[in-house]
Design a protein around this ligand. Structure first.
Ligand code: GLU
Length: 470
């Protein structure tokens, strides 16, 4: 990359499963850096493992990226479709004497490894065809193409995150570039694609660090420019152990289904491995402005679900009511079977949103707390609501109904009527209001009662109240 060129980033998932939380963070960091610099963010689907790659996984990754709001520039590149180009590069390396044909059979190679194991030596290809005349191979025998790797000196990865990491070249064997069936290996494909896509920065998980010196060797054998590399430290579970399913090493869709907002996920994943002073709340627009590679942390990050919940509560409150209501409606429509809200139900949800969003840390909580708004009819009482409706409370409820029914059913009139009624009978307002709330919503807490009565309307409210009045 010359000074005047803008960075070109990529996210290169293998479609063998969902977009999980670690992959989403890698995608986010690449995206943020591209957006921060005005560069380009490309998506490459590394589907060279034909047995394990599935169209469902491709769809899940694209869906996960879209939900996260990580848009990529230009059409996605499918690596498997580029196999002819990968072979072309292997042939160029052969022609230049930087690669060679290896005729070792699978049996020979496993016998070689067996011996190395017995002798307590590291198991790696011993270079048996490196300097051997290919004429010695049986005619027509299948061969793999291997890189003639540097076998002395060292390869230094100048990592943007980890600093210089040194690898002794005699520890790296002559890796396979083309298998004997002619298929390119992952190691070759990544290098060729990064080159052809003009990638300036390879930002990826630290689990790829050991691949980098090998990839650098292919790059230098081709005489290509090296991209800059940055390897992101792993994400651990809350206990510091490797992130597992139990810890929430889940697909990003699982977080969506638990009721987290995309903005929350972007902020949360940003803070898993990147910092800006003590700032915790970093909305995406701010993140784009601030993001840099220098502030990526060197040590493993830890999942912290309490922090995730608190952030989500923040973004729920910060989201405009209409957008949040639309999110809630979309959430309900994803249920199986889909729950489609009537126009009335949608309007009620929207009106109650200022109050609903104050009480919820996730969309799931918000939706559960709002069910009395989008389903009609007599409520089932939860345990806390049952406690508010013992027989004497039901009597109080029945006694208050005529006063309420005599109003114009506006919130102020209902509240005034409830107060007057309570005072006249020597009761506190709560003694009248709590049974009303329980019958109306099926819960012991809800958005402001009189507003909810007005919102649900006279007819619907009275159906619910009368069911528990006697
Ligand atoms: N396809 C690799 C993976 O999903 C990533 C390769 C890379 O980023 O260089 O782990």
């Amino acid at each position: 990359m010359t000074q005047t060129q803008k960075p070109v980033l990529r996210f290169a998932p293998s479609p063998t499963g969902m977009l999980h939380i670690g992959g989403a963070r890698t995608a986010l960091f690449n995206w943020l850096y591209a957006r921060h610099t005005g560069g380009t963010f490309l998506l490459r689907i590394e589907d060279t493992d034909r047995e394990r790659s599935t169209p469902q996984a491709v769809a899940a990754i694209l869906g996960g990226m879209r939900w996260m709001g990580l848009d990529w520039d230009g059409p996605e590149v499918f690596q498997a479709a580029r196999a002819a180009r990968h072979r072309e590069v292997a042939d160029a390396l052969l022609a230049a004497g930087r690669a060679y044909r290896c005729y070792a059979t699978a049996e020979e190679l496993s016998a070689m490894r067996e011996e190395q194991k017995k002798a307590g030596k590291p198991m790696r290809y011993d270079g048996r065809w490196r300097n051997r005349d290919p004429e010695e191979a049986p005619p027509g025998a299948p061969f793999a193409v291997r890189l003639k790797a540097d076998d002395s000196g060292e390869t230094i990865v100048h990592d943007l995150v980890l600093g210089d990491v040194r690898f002794a070249n005699d520890q790296l064997d002559d890796m396979v570039l083309l298998r004997s069936d002619g298929s390119p290996t992952y190691m070759l494909a990544v290098v060729v694609d990064d080159h052809d896509m003009d990638i300036s920065h390879v930002i990826r998980g630290a689990d790829h660090l050991n691949n980098t010196p090998r990839q650098l060797q292919i790059i230098s054998a081709m005489g290509w420019a090296k991209p800059a590399y940055g390897h992101l430290p792993l994400i651990n579970g809350p206990d510091g152990a490797k992130l597992s399913k139990r810890h929430g090493a889940l697909a990003v869709e699982a977080y969506r289904d638990m009721g987290y907002l995309p903005e929350t996920m972007r902020n949360y994943l940003l803070r898993l491995g990147w910092s800006h002073g003590d700032d915790e709340i970093i909305p995406t627009a701010q993140a784009i402005e601030w993001f840099n590679l220098e502030s990526i942390g060197k040590s493993a990050a830890r999942m912290d679900y309490k922090k995730l919940d608190n952030l989500n509560g923040h973004y729920i409150r910060a989201t405009p009511d209409d957008i949040l209501a639309a999110e809630a409606v979309a959430f309900l429509e994803r249920e199986n079977p889909p729950r489609i809200l009537s126009t009335t139900a949608r309007a009620r949800l929207l009106s109650a949103m200022p109050s609903l969003k104050e009480r919820a840390k996730t969309l799931v909580e918000l939706i559960q707390g709002a069910d009395f708004l989008y389903t009609d009819g007599v409520r089932d009482l939860d345990a806390a609501a049952q406690k508010l409706l013992p027989p004497e409370a039901r009597g109080l409820l029945a006694a208050a109904l005529p006063a309420l029914a005599a109003t114009d059913w506006s919130a102020p009139a209902l509240e005034a009527a409830a107060r007057t009624h309570a005072e006249a009978h020597g009761l506190k307002l709560g003694q009248v209001a709590q049974p009303l709330r329980a019958a109306l919503t099926g819960k012991a807490s809800s958005p402001p009662l009189f507003e909810m009565l007005a919102l649900l309307g006279r007819e619907e409210s009275l159906i619910r109240l009368r069911a528990y009045a006697d």
